[in-house]
Design a protein. Structure first.
Length: 312
């Protein structure tokens, strides 16, 4: 009887040990995102989740709700919890650098998505070259003004001045337009703060202050939604052409109608998946490229059809 109890005890201990081993065998990655309002960020989450599920890894997602300090706090928490890797969509690319360095010191690799970290300690960046893509849409815009608007335009900008990457998109755009030599007057740049309601109000104020504006450039999804809504509500669809970033249902409706001219479309799900896949490679001891570029598409009336099903 005593021998049976001993054997049962040993079996229980072995079972508990195996269960604990199984629990710790699952890689756990943390995704620190900007918000869950914009479709773009939710698509990053979806792509990362699918890649994690396919690899048998656990993914936890943190919503910073547009607060930079919340991202720092979340990363400190995940470092304490000893996750196997962190994926970061940074708001303040400089302010978050100490947290990235702390993760590196703890042996936790950080993959940056969408926003590059200047001289940061992250292992890799997955996403778009925002300055170059801004230049690409800027060149497209300049060519359009030359061919379709008599070579002259006045442009207003709806940006997100707290977003490093959206400022890059604006800088690249402006430089390409200026370098083209086309006669474009840059009017005001308003701050939509990466929030739809704020972007709408800012867009309406921009249009009211500049009744002679003929074109509009929006640097991100909330800015574009706000801009499209303002142009529609103020009855300016006949005399203002819109250019911007990140497709939405409203933007596609504008493309179909002809007054939203071109939208830069990224692959956010691909970025999320790419980041998870990079962390899995690192966990296996493999190397990853420091920059993993995800290509963009400039969507116009000519090539919008495949995207319509995504935004019904």
């Amino acid at each position: 009887m005593r021998l049976n109890r001993l054997l049962a005890s040993c079996a229980t201990a072995i079972a508990l040990s195996m269960a604990a081993g199984a629990a710790y065998a699952q890689d756990t990655f943390a995704l620190v995102n900007i918000n869950q309002q914009a479709l773009f960020f939710n698509q990053i989450n979806d792509g990362a989740q699918k890649a994690a599920d396919a690899a048998g890894a656990k993914l936890v997602i943190f919503n910073a709700n547009n607060v930079p300090s919340a991202q720092n706090d979340a990363m400190e928490t995940y470092i304490t919890q000893k996750v196997d890797g962190i994926i970061l969509v940074a708001i303040d690319v400089n302010g978050v650098k100490p947290a990235i360095t702390a993760a590196k010191a703890a042996g936790i690799p950080v993959i940056a998505i969408d926003a590059q970290i200047p001289d940061g300690d992250n292992v890799a960046f997955v996403g778009v070259d925002n300055t170059q893509a801004g230049a690409d849409i800027g060149k497209f815009y300049a060519d359009y003004v030359k061919k379709e608007m008599g070579g002259k335009a006045k442009i207003g900008v709806v940006g997100a001045l707290n977003s490093f990457i959206q400022n890059q998109r604006l800088d690249g755009f402006k430089k390409a337009v200026v370098d083209s030599g086309v006669d474009v007057t840059f009017l005001d740049t308003v701050d939509g703060q990466n929030v739809q309601e704020t972007a709408l109000s800012a867009s309406e104020n921009l249009m009211t202050a500049n009744p002679d504006m003929t074109t509009l450039y929006a640097t991100g999804e909330p800015a574009l939604i706000g801009a499209v809504s303002a142009v529609t509500s103020q009855g300016r669809t006949g005399d203002v052409k819109v250019f911007g970033w990140d497709l939405t249902k409203q933007a596609i409706e504008g493309i179909n109608a002809g007054w939203v001219t071109a939208v830069v479309q990224q692959d956010p799900a691909g970025e999320g998946a790419g980041a998870v896949e990079a962390l899995i490679k690192l966990k296996k001891g493999e190397k990853v490229e420091p920059i993993i570029n995800i290509p963009i598409t400039i969507v116009t009336k000519e090539n919008v059809e495949p995207y319509k099903a995504m935004f019904k």
